[in-house]
Design a protein. Structure first.
Ligand code: ARG
Length: 456
């Protein structure tokens, strides 16, 4: 035990259980080794370590990395955490030099550095996955740029949109998720190493050197803040929570779309499961689990906010509880992105059925009202009222708006002419929505092409 000098007795078993983090922070082993190598190289550069000691440390750490990678490293809960497990093994392997590594640093700046490096790697991986999913959606959007489907508000048929337009809505959300990660990355990319326990150090360390070696933009500027700041983890969790909420919405739509009453899409065998009792079932479990994993991601954000609230400066052991929510959220988000991307790539859309339902529920009523404004120049409020009366008549007769005769329409509004029938089809409706950001197939095709080019 590295801190045992002033203790006569060892920790109780319960103390060890509550204190040890090695069960989860072993995930930080790569970052820990990387940080230690940069620290040792810097100590050698300023003459605090001999060149020989530095070489032994570097070689020892590299060998330990290989041991861990190969599953040959035995992690010991008595050594609490990843930092002391690696340091103890280093000293076991190389002797005296290993005991010099912890000069001018503390586990407080060490763990802050390790976790920043880990979150940075996670951000890079997740950003790549977000891009992959965006590309998968944009490809399907290009394919379905002109295929109408019912657009909903309140999950009631509202106006026809194209399926491609609907899919591109998610591309916009995912792009914001990516940019939230990029913001988080920019702010987290400062190096705490060298802040030591809380006050800095009396050794003439070169913090710019370690920061640069670890790919940070700069060293952190206040040692108290550096060891006690977990904003980067909170920001990451907040970005993850929003990202997971976005995926849960798409997952929910997939669950709805593949249900028997809808049947807008069919999910592949690869992303559905059967029922042990009902032979006909194809359950969208992957989509349901993506929807559900949002719970643990948002829970992680709330957990860490609660851990940090009211903590006095500087480091407190409470902060050890930062890791599991971060690891768990990153894992859940990554798996959800992979699952949704797989479902999007594999799914088939029943465009005939979508088209049929796009016309349902008087979906082109707004087109009729707009025509009354545009051609016979009714005020929109009057046009809205006339259209409402026509919908009521059509509903009573069990036909859609195009099923009314001209005479029936003129009985309500004499200014109506046969030209009105040209705006009542689903195709005419979507084609007319050419305003920027609207659902017209030409818009959607151009947007999909834009995204595919951006993501290539
Ligand atoms: N395992 C600890 C953590 O995750 C490392 C830092 C320990 N620092 C300390 N002063 N006990 O936070």
């Amino acid at each position: 035990m590295q801190w045992g000098g002033r203790f006569a007795g060892g920790p109780s078993v319960i103390m060890q259980d509550i204190n040890a983090s090695i069960g989860f922070d072993r995930k930080l082993w790569r970052q820990d080794i990387r940080g230690s190598r940069a620290h040792a190289a810097m100590l050698a550069m300023i003459g605090v370590l001999s060149a020989g000691d530095e070489r032994a440390i570097a070689a020892g750490l590299e060998a330990i990395g290989r041991e861990i990678e190969a599953g040959r490293f035995s992690f010991d809960a008595a050594l609490e955490d990843i930092h002391m497990n690696i340091e103890a093994r280093l000293t076991e392997r190389i002797g005296e030099a290993g005991k010099r590594l912890h000069t001018a640093r503390s586990r407080n700046d060490q763990v802050a550095t390790d976790l920043r490096l880990w979150v940075r790697d996670a951000i890079d991986g997740l950003s790549g996955q977000l891009g992959d999913l965006m590309a998968a959606l944009a490809r399907r959007a290009a394919q379905h740029a002109g295929d109408p489907m019912p657009g909903f508000t309140h999950l009631q048929t509202a106006q026809p949109v194209t399926f491609g337009h609907h899919l591109l809505a998610y591309v916009e959300m995912l792009d914001r998720d990516r940019s939230r990660l990029a913001d988080c990355r920019r702010r987290l990319n400062a190096c705490p190493l060298g802040s030591a326990a809380l006050a800095g150090t009396s050794f003439p360390i070169d913090r710019d050197m370690t920061a640069a070696a670890l790919g940070f933009d700069r060293p952190t500027a206040n040692s108290l803040d550096a060891v006690s700041d977990r904003d980067f983890a909170l920001e990451f969790l907040a970005a993850a929570a929003i990202g997971a909420v976005h995926l849960s919405r798409l997952a929910e739509e997939m669950v709805i779309w593949c249900s028997a009453p809808f049947r807008f899409i069919r999910l592949s065998d690869g992303f559905t499961t059967g029922s042990s009792i009902m032979p006909q079932k194809r359950n969208p479990d992957a989509a349901e689990l993506v929807r559900a994993k949002t719970g643990r991601v948002t829970g992680g954000l709330v957990a860490l906010l609660t851990v940090m609230k009211g903590l006095p400066l500087a480091y407190a052991k409470d902060m050890q509880e930062d890791k599991e929510p971060v690891f768990d959220a990153a894992e859940a988000w990554a798996l959800s992105l992979a699952a949704i991307a797989g479902m999007v790539r594999d799914m088939t859309a029943d465009v005939v059925r979508m088209r049929a339902f796009a016309a349902d529920g008087f979906a082109t009523a707004t087109d009729l009202a707009d025509w009354l404004v545009r051609v016979p120049k009714l005020a929109f409020r009057d046009a809205h009222h006339v259209t409402g009366r026509l919908v009521a008549i059509a509903e009573a007769r069990g036909v859609d708006l195009a099923g009314l005769s001209l005479a029936e329409m003129q009985a309500v509004e004499p200014a109506i002419t046969t030209e009105v029938f040209s705006v009542l089809t689903v195709e005419a409706s979507v084609a007319s929505r050419t305003s920027f950001g609207g659902t017209a197939p030409a818009n959607v095709a151009a947007q999909a092409a834009h995204w595919l080019e951006m993501l290539a």
